[in-house]
Design a protein around this ligand. Structure first.
Ligand SMILES: [Zn+2]
Ligand SMILES: [Zn+2]
Length: 157
């Protein structure tokens, strides 16, 4: 990957590792560990490429979250959720929260870890533990990722 100069002070950057970045919300919490970044001698952090956030959000939504156990959303105005395994109705109130871990590898970068914590619902019939809806988790992903990057002081671009 070609090197970039610092987008804030224009000095030369070095590859570095961001130990962790996190964002918290009731419906979806996200934590990133050991993400590859660039830093300059002034300590400014930036993405290894301006496209990095898009690569990551696409990887999470298309590959990682796609593997999570989830229910099916039904109804337009009055949503309800059915078990993705047996089709039984899921409760409205979650049984707890669960953390799911992914090892993410983007292009030639070192793999790093992303953790998502979301409410889970246990099927009353087959005991499968699952998200209400993958669509909801996917919909929240860009926002929680943006918050984690803001908290870690990584500017867009
Ligand atoms: Zn700088
Ligand atoms: Zn079930």
């Amino acid at each position: 990957m070609k090197t970039r100069s610092c987008i804030r002070c224009h000095s030369t950057t070095q590859p570095a590792v961001l130990e962790n970045a996190a964002s918290e919300s009731d419906s979806l919490a996200l934590r990133i560990e050991r993400m590859p970044v660039l830093t300059c001698p002034e300590g400014h952090r930036q993405f290894v490429s301006a496209d990095f956030p898009r690569w990551l959000v696409e990887h999470l939504m298309d590959e990682d979250e796609a593997k999570l156990p989830s229910g099916r959303e039904e109804g337009m105005l009055f949503k309800h959720y059915r078990c993705g395994g047996c089709g039984a109705d899921l409760a409205k109130v979650p049984d707890g929260r669960k953390t799911f871990m992914f090892e993410v590898e983007l292009l030639d970068l070192d793999p790093f870890r992303v953790e998502l914590t979301a409410p889970v619902y246990k099927c009353p019939q087959c005991s499968r533990e699952q998200l209400h809806s993958l669509k909801e988790v996917r919909g929240l992903t860009p926002q929680v990722l943006g918050e984690a990057f803001r908290a870690a002081e990584i500017p867009p671009g």
